[in-house]
Design a protein around this ligand. Structure first.
Ligand code: TXA
Ligand code: MG
Length: 312
């Protein structure tokens, strides 16, 4: 198992020798390595068991460092950056030439963001390279929202996990890019669609729903735990011992039940959805019945993840 702690110097030394470290962000935990080192990048793909066609997100603590790895920041991107960074927004921008091709799976754009977590910001401040960090889970599984989730699945492959406590948002960042002047949203996430539209006007949705592995972005079946996930109207069902129930705010009086937010807060539900799916991924459970949440604000991203978990 990995060591778990808050030793930023140790994390820094490991990263400087091309080792990988689990890092907290406001969204989910990341599996971090030097974004400019081919050796470290290849390790990330290997540890995650991630196909090489699925590119990584790069993290830095300042706009200046981001400017060092992109070719251009269009005006619309600038507007989003001013309001939403640091925070759960990832931008696809033209990649600078010196950035290794393996980082972006050969694509012309690089995914970048400034995360909002004090420990990881401190770490980034002390490094003279940005960090590539996909979510710290094996490819295709639910993202980790605390240090122990990372340890459970990747602890035998990495030496250290920086412990920043439970992730305050609990869903991955929203991914946005620009195509011929249009603003395009590729992944629903921690910044609601509505907040982005308030800043830049109309946004086109291109949520990758395909299972075509040659299309980069999100594969349709993702975030999947072991038991079958079934989206249902929970008020109409009778549950047995091997069933688990994940409700939004209603108490269905079942023993294997997680209520995502008893006070019906989408923020709170977002924080809890991935750990709920993990909790019921055990041999005693055969089916996880989940209800969708209101399809607004963070609810869109929560429902997106529930649908992907349920997709076979
Ligand atoms: O909140 C987050 O974004 C977390 C934390 C750790 O920052 N990271 C994360 O990374 O969710 P990951 O690798 O699990 O998801 C990144 C997504 C993938 O679906 C990938 O295909 C897409 O971003 N992506 C990355 N670079 C891309 C690029 N150049 N073009 C298109 N899609 C890209
Ligand atoms: Mg991921």
């Amino acid at each position: 198992m990995a060591e778990i702690g808050q030793n930023i110097d140790f994390a820094k030394r490991l990263l400087e020798s091309n080792d990988l470290v689990g890092i907290p962000t406001e969204t989910v935990y990341g599996l971090a390595g030097n974004a400019l080192s081919i050796e470290a990048i290849l390790k990330i793909y290997k540890v995650k068991n991630r196909p090489s066609f699925d590119p990584l997100i790069t993290h830095a603590d300042t706009i200046e460092k981001i400017q060092g790895i992109v070719d251009d920041i269009p005006e619309t991107a600038q507007k989003l950056i001013e309001t939403l960074w640091p925070g759960p927004l990832t931008l696809l921008l033209p990649k600078a030439k010196h950035v290794p091709e393996v980082l972006t799976s050969g694509l012309p754009r690089i995914a970048v963001r400034i995360p909002k977590h004090p420990l990881t910001i401190q770490l980034l401040q002390q490094l003279d390279f940005p960090l590539a960090a996909p979510s710290a889970n094996p490819f295709g599984y639910v993202s980790p929202t605390n240090a122990h989730h990372v340890d459970d699945q990747l602890g035998f492959k990495i030496k250290y996990i920086l412990n920043g406590g439970p992730c305050p948002i609990g869903l991955e960042s929203t991914i946005v890019g620009f195509e011929e002047g249009r603003t395009v949203l590729y992944r629903l996430g921690g910044i609601p669609l509505e907040s982005i539209e308030k800043i830049v006007g109309r946004v086109e949705l291109k949520l990758n729903q395909s299972s075509d592995p040659t299309a980069p972005g999100m594969l349709r079946s993702h975030y999947a735990p072991g038991p079958q996930v079934i989206i249902s109207d929970l008020s109409k069902l009778k549950f047995n011992q091997e069933d688990a129930v994940i409700s939004y705010s209603t108490d269905y009086n079942h023993q294997n039940q997680v209520i995502l937010s008893p006070r019906a807060s989408l923020d709170e539900a977002a924080k809890n959805i991935f750990s709920a799916l993990r909790q019921f991924d055990n041999d005693n459970i055969r089916r996880i019945y989940v209800e969708l949440v209101p399809e607004v604000s963070l609810g869109r991203a929560i429902n997106d993840r529930i649908r992907r978990a349920a997709y076979k």
